[in-house]
Design a protein around this ligand. Structure first.
Ligand code: SAM
Length: 163
């Protein structure tokens, strides 16, 4: 069970997950580089009367205080980060999370075929374990909107290490 508090939905898209988290009692800020997505997210939040904040922001330059969030939710964000920017991204997420805060990251798995952003479990452990305590890694299959099955890793992490 993830502790309720301030949550950052990083790459929130049109805000579906942010609104879900708000319903569950989180105080949510969603960011995305797409102004169109943020416009939709704001409209959906208004209709749902949800207390969420949405901002157009780049995931490499998070405009938040150190240790501002209890929870960072990343559904399909990390696998968009260029190889050269991975360390900056990971350090940014680490910086904005409180000590013992939770980072849940879902990314493409190697099982979708070989690609620069399709990861093995070993790669994920190597990328994240210097910054986070990895509490659980699950390999999951999902039938997508186009009817194809795609594979993901869901990685539950805790900030308990200095960056
Ligand atoms: C696969 S979608 C995931 C959307 C959402 N998390 C969901 O599950 O519906 C990836 C999102 O990452 C956003 N994105 C890509 N590069 C970004 C960047 N540099 N900074 C912030 N968001 C970015 C895209 O605009 C897109 O909305």
């Amino acid at each position: 069970m993830i502790k309720k508090g301030k949550a950052l939905d990083i790459c929130c898209g049109a805000g579906t997950n942010a609104l879900y988290l708000a319903k569950k009692g989180f105080q949510v800020t969603g960011i995305d580089i797409s102004s169109k997505a943020i416009k939709y997210a704001k409209e959906k939040a208004k209709k749902a009367n949800a207390k969420t904040q949405f901002q157009v922001q780049n995931f490499l330059t998070l405009p938040f205080e150190d240790e501002e969030f209890d929870f960072v939710f990343d559904m399909g964000c990390f696998h968009h980060v260029k190889v050269k920017d991975r360390n900056t991204f990971i350090k940014g997420v680490h910086r904005v999370l409180k000590k013992n805060g939770t980072y849940l990251m879902v990314c493409f798995s190697y099982k979708n075929g070989s690609a620069w952003n399709h990861f093995t479990k070993e790669q994920l452990i190597q990328l994240f374990s210097n910054h986070f305590k990895i509490k659980n890694i699950e390999h999951v299959a999902s039938v997508e909107g186009d009817g194809y099955v795609r594979y993901f890793y869901s990685v539950l992490m805790e900030k308990n290490l200095p960056s």
